[in-house]
Design a protein around this ligand. Structure first.
Ligand SMILES: Nc1ncnc2c1ncn2[C@@H]1O[C@H](COP(=O)(O)OP(=O)(O)OP(=O)(O)O)[C@@H](O)[C@H]1O
Ligand SMILES: [Mg+2]
Length: 260
């Protein structure tokens, strides 16, 4: 369970660039819940994820993960439970390392093994097992540099990397936004499968209203750092992207709310 209690995040205090990124936010997310997060430019979506990951420490308020208060905990400590995938396929992986080396780094998280040991024959068969279900034949390309892969292939490997060590919380920040529609669907189906198989508590930022309703179990909307909409269950099941657009199209920057 994640419990955000009266969270405030301010940037640029005492300067002309002062921004309230998160405004007194209260949010409780049950274990295994899959939230989709929508909202306009600058609404605070990435800041919300950064706050849960420990990249941003709130100015006030408390963050609980299960029974632990993690508000001041460093990103490194929190990385034991929290993993992230970003919009930019380049961000989550090392372009100049091979697929095998990237996976080795991901699996080494928190362990004291050298990279050489971690790409030995035993690890290579494990990497092949991990890659096979992607159906991208990447299990035959372990020594290919990450830089040689397409955006979709990289995002698929990023997802594997994020979720191959034990974790509780998965944070996805527009992780399909840079992909073409077909590849985006492939990465979303993969995301859904991994989230379900591992029972991960997940927050996924998306600007696609249809994606926001099609995947996950609950949808929230942020606007100017506040939670302005929170829907789940039957009420959500009945919603169409057009309903959401009608309801919020005037409030929220249209560039950030796309029907598809
Ligand atoms: N590191 C930072 N320093 C200063 N201001 C920041 C920082 N990060 C975010 N902000 C500001 O906080 C507000 C929320 O930004 P955030 O990135 O969370 O929005 P977002 O909802 O993810 O927007 P987008 O849809 O454009 O990705 C914005 O006004 C932004 O300019
Ligand atoms: Mg953002």
């Amino acid at each position: 369970m994640i419990h955000l209690q009266k969270i405030n995040v301010h940037f640029g205090k005492g300067t002309a660039a002062f921004r309230v990124a998160i405004d007194n936010l209260d949010l409780r997310i049950q274990e295994g819940e899959f939230l989709t997060v929508i909202g306009s430019n600058g609404a605070g979506k990435s800041t919300l994820l950064n706050t849960i990951a420990g990249e941003v420490i709130p100015d006030s308020g408390q963050i609980h993960i299960d029974d632990e208060v993690v508000t001041q905990q460093t990103t490194n400590l929190r990385a034991q439970h929290v993993a992230r995938v970003f919009q930019d396929p380049v961000a989550g992986t090392c372009a100049n390392l091979t697929i095998a080396e990237n996976l080795a780094l991901a699996l080494r998280r928190g362990k004291n093994r050298s990279l050489n040991q971690a790409v030995g024959p035993e690890s290579r068969s494990l990497f092949k097992e991990l890659l096979k279900p992607l159906n991208l034949s990447l299990e035959n390309r372990l020594d290919t540099l990450m830089a040689m892969l397409s955006g979709g292939q990289r995002q698929a490997v990023s997802l594997l990397m994020a979720t191959s060590s034990p974790l509780k919380i998965l944070l996805l920040d527009e992780h399909t936004a840079a992909l073409d529609p077909k590849t985006s669907k492939f990465v979303m189906e993969l995301t859904n499968r991994i989230v379900k198989e591992k029972g991960l508590t997940t927050l996924m930022v998306t600007h696609s209203l249809s994606q926001a309703l099609q995947y996950g179990s609950r949808t929230i909307m942020l606007h100017e750092g506040s939670l302005i909409y929170d829907v789940a269950g039957d009420a959500r099941a009945k919603l169409t992207p057009q309903d959401l657009m009608r309801q919020f199209g005037d409030t929220v920057d249209n560039d950030r709310l796309l029907l598809n």
